[in-house]
Design a protein around this ligand. Structure first.
Ligand code: NAP
Length: 303
């Protein structure tokens, strides 16, 4: 098989890093996968799982000589890691990331990128509520979107090469500005997670009163929120710290609409409630009709 890259460095070997390793192995995309993660426990586990050909105690050792370096770490860790590896990045190498926020990553990483190295930020819109090296699987990116947000001046050959990489990983690649990405993801991903975290903790406080009825009757809608709220706390803390403006904007709109609902309930305005629920149901049906989803819970697949 003709490998796309001689050496790929995966910095961070959790859900996303491990999944990239699995799909690269399956598709033969890299001749050599070098890895690094923060703790020795993860580094050992990743080697036991066969995720990397070589494992390194520092990010710089892993990145040295790599044609492609992928930062698969929580958003807040990206800047310091970029500073650490800057000195070893080879001219012509592509540096990318998978962070769920793009403007903050560009702000933190771009200043460290040496001349001749191509920094092309990315975000695969694919995930589960599981984390760590054991959570990875080769099909995670299959039929999912991967958004690339190349800054002005990015070399088109590097962007095309990264696009080809993600396509080979099974993803559909889309392009947008980092600013637009952060706004879109604030409403489609970040706010839903915030709502899930909030409703689960609200219900948990009630549970002390209701003696586990919350768990017993969770199939009534609550269970779907608990799945989302099981997502990694470090990753999501970093998302909200780093996409503050866009999330606050969407949260403001959401709160206004929620107040309108609250008012309709208070004043017994059944017509308003009925209209809003009907509209929401039509939006869901429209998504299915547009081929963006099936009735099965795999929302977000391109087709
Ligand atoms: P994860 O399963 O929690 O894994 C994070 C990995 O980063 C771990 O291997 C961790 O190492 C490593 N790490 C953390 N800080 C580090 C540092 N300073 N130096 C070196 N390694 C470090 O997280 P994930 O779900 O793969 O998420 C990784 C990135 O992908 C995040 O930026 C997230 O926003 C983005 N993303 C996540 C999803 C999702 O649904 N999970 C989807 C799309 C994009 P240790 O285990 O040794 O601590």
């Amino acid at each position: 098989m003709n490998a796309m890259f001689e050496r790929v460095a995966l910095i961070g070997l959790g859900l996303i890093g491990a999944s990239l390793s699995h799909v690269m192995r399956r598709e033969g995309l890299a001749r050599h996968i070098a890895g690094h993660a923060k703790t020795e426990a993860t580094r050992n586990r990743a080697m036991a799982l066969g995720l990397c050909d070589t494992m390194h105690g520092t990010a710089a050792a892993a990145a040295k000589g790599a044609e492609l370096v992928v930062l698969c770490v929580p958003v807040s860790a990206s800047g310091a890691l970029a500073a650490e590896i800057a000195g070893v990045l080879a001219a012509g190498a592509i540096l990318t990331d998978v962070g769920s926020v793009k403007q903050a990553v560009i702000r933190d990483v771009a200043p460290h990128v040496p001349d001749g190295v191509h920094f092309v930020p990315g975000h695969p819109i694919a995930g589960t509520e599981y984390s760590g090296p054991d959570a990875g699987f080769a099909d995670l990116f299959h039929n999912r979107w991967c958004i690339l947000t190349p800054p002005d001046g990015c070399r088109p050959e590097a962007v095309e090469r990264l696009k080809a990489f993600w396509t080979a990983c099974g993803a559909h690649v889309d392009f947008m500005s980092a600013e637009h990405h952060d706004l879109v993801l604030a409403i489609t991903s970040h706010l839903p997670h915030l709502i899930a975290y909030n409703i689960v903790t609200t219900a948990a406080d009630l549970e002390k009163v209701t003696n586990s009825e919350v768990i017993k009757y969770s199939a009534g809608g609550f269970r779907d929120f608990t799945r989302i709220a099981a997502s990694d706390p470090v990753m999501w803390r970093d998302v909200f710290l780093n996409n503050r403006e866009a999330v606050l904007e969407m949260l403001g709109r959401f709160s206004e609409d929620l107040s309108a609902l609250q008012r309709a309930i208070r004043w017994g305005d059944g017509e308003k409630l009925f209209q809003l629920f009907t509209r929401a149901r039509e939006i869901r049906r429209g998504i299915i009709a547009a081929g963006q989803d099936t009735a099965a819970p795999d929302f977000g697949r391109p087709h």
